[in-house]
Design a protein around this ligand. Sequence first.
Ligand code: PMV
Length: 347
Amino acid sequence: MGKSGVTAWSCPANIAVVKYWGKKGVQLPVNPSISMSLSKCYTETTIEYRENKNTDGPTFIFQFDGMKYAPFESRINEFLKVAAREMNALKNLHLDITSVNSFPHSSGIASSASSFSSIAMCLCIINSEISGNVEDAKYSLQRASSLARLGSGSACRSVYGGWVLWGKTSGITGSSDTRAIPVNEFVHNNFLDYYDAILIISSGEKKISSSRGHMLMETSPWKRIRETTGRSNAIKILDALKRGNMTDFRVITEHEAFNLHAMFMVSDPHFILMDPGTLQVLKKIEEFRDETGIECCFTLDAGPNVHLLYPSSERTRILSFINTELIHYCENKRWIDDKIGNGPEPI
Ligand code: PMV
């Protein structure tokens, strides 16, 4: 009887304040990106494995939310091939992979980061169980981050909790293009209990996949400028995080959100991922900030939903703002009351 076992991990989604958009080489970023791992939005993945000596595998069955999910299955197939090249022990295995998201599939929240990071965490554990190489925890996370990156770039940041940096950054020891590093130890208290209200403007499927979007950057005359802007914003925002400076943080975060969407709009062919409601909410947030002086800010991912970021000290006033002013723009009045999270957990 060959080896068999089961392992399960929960990994968070993350929201980038400095965006990864455009790649080079094998899934390497053109500029560093910085994100906050979330608490309520996560994917739980369980992998049951057994030896299956006659294959050049691994072979697998994948179920998402209890069902087969074809679009993701082919990405997982590619990912497992890559993983087996990195970790030989996986080759002779059959894997039963089941994933569930804490957030509804139709919430418009990207799940590839939490999905691929949770699969990568499981695969690293399985690899050490099969090969008998027990790795120390720090190294094992580095390996999982690097592996997760090959499934979906932003997934490498979901291997850690709190604030996370991915990409070689001058002045930051240990930063790397191949994997993310946690940066909480540098971060001021102002940002360690930070909230993200995810306002669901539309839950529809993305009009363009992020892999296609990244690819369009290849031919974009703005690629160089995006690289320089992203790089300089990463350095500036790390400094703002360190000093606890909410104004600097806000200015860079919002600049990055618009920079990302500007890249979409000047691609060839161009695409628009904001909805009219997105702009209405952004304007409301600006007005609210002008009137109250509260240092909240917004960011956008590759979609129409708005992430309203704010410190815990402003929670009462922000909740009232959302419930009186913003909720009307949310699809079916839906929003997710999320905050910074601790990162992956075994389940
Ligand atoms: O990880 P990918 O390939 O899905 O790219 C994610 C890109 C953005 O979500 C738009 C930005 C980011 O850094 O998360």
